[in-house]
Design a binder for this molecule. Sequence first.
Ligand SMILES: Cc1ncc(COP(=O)(O)O)c(C=O)c1O
Length: 418
Amino acid sequence: MNAPHNALKTAGAAPDIGRYRADFPILRTKVNGKPLVFLDNAASSQMPQPVLDRWIRYQTTQHSNIHRAVHYLSETATAEYEAARRKVQAFVNAAEDREIVFTSGTTDAINLVAHGYGRKFVTGGDEIVLTVLEHHSNIVPWQMLAEEKGATIRVVPMNDRGELSMEAYEKLLGPRVKLVGLAHVSNALGTVNPVREMIAAAHRHGIPVLVDGAQAVPHLPVDVRDLDCDFYCFSGHKMYGPTGVGALYGKAALLEKMQPFKGGGDMILSVSFEKTTYNVIPHKFEAGTPPIAAVVTLGAAVDYLMDVGVARAGSHETDLLDYATEQVNRLPGVRIIGTAENKAAVLSFVVDGVHPHDVGTLLNEEGIAVRTGHHCAQPVMQRFGIPATSRASFALYNTLAEVDALVTGIRKVQQVFR
Ligand SMILES: Cc1ncc(COP(=O)(O)O)c(C=O)c1O
């Protein structure tokens, strides 16, 4: 039986979050004649009108290449680009704007650290500690580095709920470990890892920690100084911004010690065939023309999210997740994968006897967008002994009524396969 959604809960949990929904034009889309129910936000969230407008305003009134010319447009574009850096700095509470490097996304940020830090400081016999619930983008760059250097990857295991073993983690830390890489929030399970404690434990051994915050920044207020992480990476397109842009936060002292990842224009102070002198941070890591429009628009996404309040958005999403968990748990033959005590915005599930791709296809017929597959986290799937899951992931514009639509959709899937 499908319980009607609790209107009081909607009202109590997030009094006016609904007003933000109107900001997202794409949510008016009809799919198969039905209103779009967009529950694939962990893959990429949608952009609100003020953020879309910012892109247009930049392109129509401010665009030029940056850091290069003295003319009006170039100076304007440079000022807007650097203003976006300060917005991102404030967003994660970094101490200085030069600690923010613009990248093309989380993957690019992690690769930057693997090359800039890893290739310089990791040698044969060293170890890199990762967790079993990492996205492939926080596994593969380290494997490539380990292969090149003769280093070893050590993996923190998790329990059946999708929670990391702190005991095993502490045992892995030691003098050979050159870096810990861990997700703040698991994209496949929704687990919120105790990153603050994990960072403190690594620091007791003098080990720097990179946090993959791709799934955290839209849902939890992030304070890199409070976490005391050494690196923090995230993507614009998962926080109501555009694709093609993201950021790496790095402690200034570490960024300064690192070697550049890419060579080219803008990352140098002087070049001759005898010797090149690199630019100061963060420019040392931003070779070539960056995605200027995307960076400026990311700044607008930060403004939007800060205006809503990340904690408020997160609390609304937690209400959606709690309600969805309760409803899906009532469905016989549906199993939730990832039942950690502390979760954010992600509900992964499997339906007995139905392949997740069929679940996704049939839900799409109802206008419901979920992600199906291994979510670029194959080790998580291996840990649970499954090939794939269906994943509903929430954003600030989702509603309890959409959760009801999902639950009804899953029932229909079960009827089709009965
Ligand atoms: C936890 C996590 N890390 C990294 C990434 C990669 O992000 P991007 O593809 O934007 O580089 C994702 C994307 O889904 C993710 O969920």
